[in-house]
Design a protein around this ligand. Structure first.
Ligand code: ZN
Length: 158
Protein backbone atom coordinates (compact mmCIF):
# COMPACT_ATOMS: atom_id res chain seq x y z
CA UNK A 1 0.00 0.00 0.00
CA UNK A 2 2.84 2.39 0.74
CA UNK A 3 3.93 2.04 -2.88
CA UNK A 4 0.69 3.58 -4.02
CA UNK A 5 0.80 6.34 -1.46
CA UNK A 6 4.29 7.31 -2.50
CA UNK A 7 3.39 7.18 -6.15
CA UNK A 8 0.44 9.50 -5.54
CA UNK A 9 2.73 11.95 -3.82
CA UNK A 10 5.02 11.98 -6.83
CA UNK A 11 2.14 12.48 -9.25
CA UNK A 12 1.04 15.55 -7.34
CA UNK A 13 4.50 17.06 -7.61
CA UNK A 14 4.85 16.22 -11.31
CA UNK A 15 8.10 18.13 -11.69
CA UNK A 16 8.66 17.31 -15.32
CA UNK A 17 5.24 17.88 -16.81
CA UNK A 18 6.63 20.34 -19.36
CA UNK A 19 7.99 17.44 -21.38
CA UNK A 20 11.52 18.79 -21.42
CA UNK A 21 12.92 15.55 -20.03
CA UNK A 22 13.15 12.59 -22.38
CA UNK A 23 10.95 9.69 -21.41
CA UNK A 24 11.89 6.09 -21.86
CA UNK A 25 9.88 3.07 -22.81
CA UNK A 26 9.73 0.07 -20.54
CA UNK A 27 13.20 -1.53 -20.25
CA UNK A 28 14.71 1.13 -22.49
CA UNK A 29 16.12 3.38 -19.77
CA UNK A 30 19.93 3.55 -19.42
CA UNK A 31 21.17 0.53 -17.53
CA UNK A 32 17.71 -1.07 -17.52
CA UNK A 33 19.05 -4.53 -18.25
CA UNK A 34 21.47 -4.34 -15.30
CA UNK A 35 18.71 -3.03 -13.05
CA UNK A 36 16.36 -5.86 -13.98
CA UNK A 37 19.13 -8.38 -13.39
CA UNK A 38 19.89 -6.90 -9.97
CA UNK A 39 16.20 -6.89 -9.00
CA UNK A 40 15.95 -10.54 -10.03
CA UNK A 41 19.08 -11.28 -8.04
CA UNK A 42 20.98 -12.49 -11.08
CA UNK A 43 23.36 -9.55 -11.31
CA UNK A 44 25.25 -7.04 -9.16
CA UNK A 45 23.56 -3.83 -8.06
CA UNK A 46 24.51 -1.23 -10.66
CA UNK A 47 26.20 1.97 -9.53
CA UNK A 48 24.79 4.09 -12.34
CA UNK A 49 21.72 4.17 -14.53
CA UNK A 50 18.07 4.76 -13.72
CA UNK A 51 15.59 2.77 -11.69
CA UNK A 52 12.05 3.14 -10.41
CA UNK A 53 11.39 3.58 -6.72
CA UNK A 54 10.21 -0.01 -6.57
CA UNK A 55 13.38 -1.24 -8.27
CA UNK A 56 15.52 0.84 -5.93
CA UNK A 57 13.77 -0.73 -2.97
CA UNK A 58 14.30 -4.21 -4.37
CA UNK A 59 18.00 -3.41 -4.53
CA UNK A 60 18.01 -2.11 -0.94
CA UNK A 61 18.10 1.53 -2.00
CA UNK A 62 15.86 4.60 -1.84
CA UNK A 63 15.94 7.90 -3.80
CA UNK A 64 17.58 9.57 -0.81
CA UNK A 65 15.51 12.73 -1.12
CA UNK A 66 16.51 13.32 -4.72
CA UNK A 67 13.72 14.07 -7.20
CA UNK A 68 13.20 11.73 -10.13
CA UNK A 69 15.26 12.30 -13.26
CA UNK A 70 12.65 11.26 -15.77
CA UNK A 71 10.05 8.58 -16.17
CA UNK A 72 9.32 5.47 -18.15
CA UNK A 73 6.06 4.93 -19.89
CA UNK A 74 4.49 1.75 -21.13
CA UNK A 75 1.13 0.35 -22.00
CA UNK A 76 -1.40 1.85 -24.39
CA UNK A 77 -0.27 5.34 -25.44
CA UNK A 78 2.08 5.46 -22.47
CA UNK A 79 -0.72 5.50 -19.94
CA UNK A 80 1.28 3.51 -17.43
CA UNK A 81 4.36 5.25 -16.19
CA UNK A 82 6.73 5.45 -13.26
CA UNK A 83 9.37 7.88 -12.09
CA UNK A 84 12.96 6.98 -12.68
CA UNK A 85 15.65 7.88 -10.16
CA UNK A 86 19.40 8.11 -10.61
CA UNK A 87 20.97 5.07 -8.97
CA UNK A 88 24.19 6.95 -8.24
CA UNK A 89 22.24 9.39 -6.03
CA UNK A 90 20.36 6.64 -4.22
CA UNK A 91 21.15 5.75 -0.63
CA UNK A 92 20.68 2.58 1.41
CA UNK A 93 16.98 2.54 2.28
CA UNK A 94 17.59 1.97 5.97
CA UNK A 95 20.00 0.44 8.42
CA UNK A 96 17.80 -1.78 10.58
CA UNK A 97 20.64 -3.85 11.97
CA UNK A 98 22.49 -0.85 13.38
CA UNK A 99 19.27 0.68 14.72
CA UNK A 100 18.35 -2.58 16.36
CA UNK A 101 21.84 -2.93 17.73
CA UNK A 102 21.70 0.54 19.25
CA UNK A 103 18.30 -0.09 20.82
CA UNK A 104 19.46 -3.42 22.19
CA UNK A 105 22.67 -1.93 23.48
CA UNK A 106 20.77 0.82 25.25
CA UNK A 107 18.49 -1.70 26.92
CA UNK A 108 21.39 -3.93 27.89
CA UNK A 109 23.46 -1.01 29.16
CA UNK A 110 20.77 -0.18 31.69
CA UNK A 111 20.89 -3.72 33.05
CA UNK A 112 24.66 -4.06 32.97
CA UNK A 113 25.76 -0.70 34.37
CA UNK A 114 26.22 -0.23 38.09
CA UNK A 115 24.54 3.02 39.21
CA UNK A 116 27.14 3.56 41.93
CA UNK A 117 30.50 3.00 40.25
CA UNK A 118 29.19 3.51 36.69
CA UNK A 119 31.12 0.54 35.43
CA UNK A 120 29.45 -1.47 32.73
CA UNK A 121 29.70 -5.20 33.23
CA UNK A 122 29.48 -7.82 30.54
CA UNK A 123 26.81 -9.60 32.51
CA UNK A 124 23.45 -8.42 33.77
CA UNK A 125 23.67 -7.05 37.33
CA UNK A 126 21.35 -7.94 40.22
CA UNK A 127 20.03 -4.38 40.23
CA UNK A 128 16.56 -5.37 41.41
CA UNK A 129 17.87 -7.14 44.49
CA UNK A 130 21.20 -5.49 45.29
CA UNK A 131 20.81 -2.23 43.37
CA UNK A 132 24.48 -2.23 42.40
CA UNK A 133 27.35 -4.47 41.40
CA UNK A 134 28.74 -6.94 43.92
CA UNK A 135 31.81 -4.83 44.64
CA UNK A 136 29.71 -1.78 45.54
CA UNK A 137 27.31 -3.97 47.50
CA UNK A 138 29.64 -5.88 49.78
CA UNK A 139 33.17 -5.12 48.65
CA UNK A 140 33.72 -8.34 46.70
CA UNK A 141 36.35 -7.21 44.20
CA UNK A 142 35.07 -7.36 40.67
CA UNK A 143 37.21 -9.11 38.08
CA UNK A 144 38.60 -6.28 35.88
CA UNK A 145 37.86 -8.40 32.84
CA UNK A 146 34.17 -8.55 33.78
CA UNK A 147 33.46 -4.90 33.08
CA UNK A 148 34.46 -2.09 30.72
CA UNK A 149 35.45 1.44 31.64
CA UNK A 150 32.53 3.71 32.63
CA UNK A 151 32.61 5.75 29.43
CA UNK A 152 32.81 2.71 27.17
CA UNK A 153 29.02 2.48 27.04
CA UNK A 154 29.00 5.43 24.62
CA UNK A 155 31.38 3.91 22.12
CA UNK A 156 28.66 2.27 20.08
CA UNK A 157 26.58 5.41 19.81
CA UNK A 158 29.54 7.64 18.88
ZN1 ZN B 1 29.49 -0.82 41.24
Amino acid sequence: MTDHDEDKEQVDVDLYDDGSVPEFGFRQAPGAAAVFAAVRGTGPIPTAGLATRRQLRAMGLSPGGHPPVTRITWGKQGRRWAWLYAIELAVPKRIPTLAQELALDKAMAARQTCPLCKRRYYTVLPLKTLGSCLECHDGTPADPSSYSAPLATHQLAA
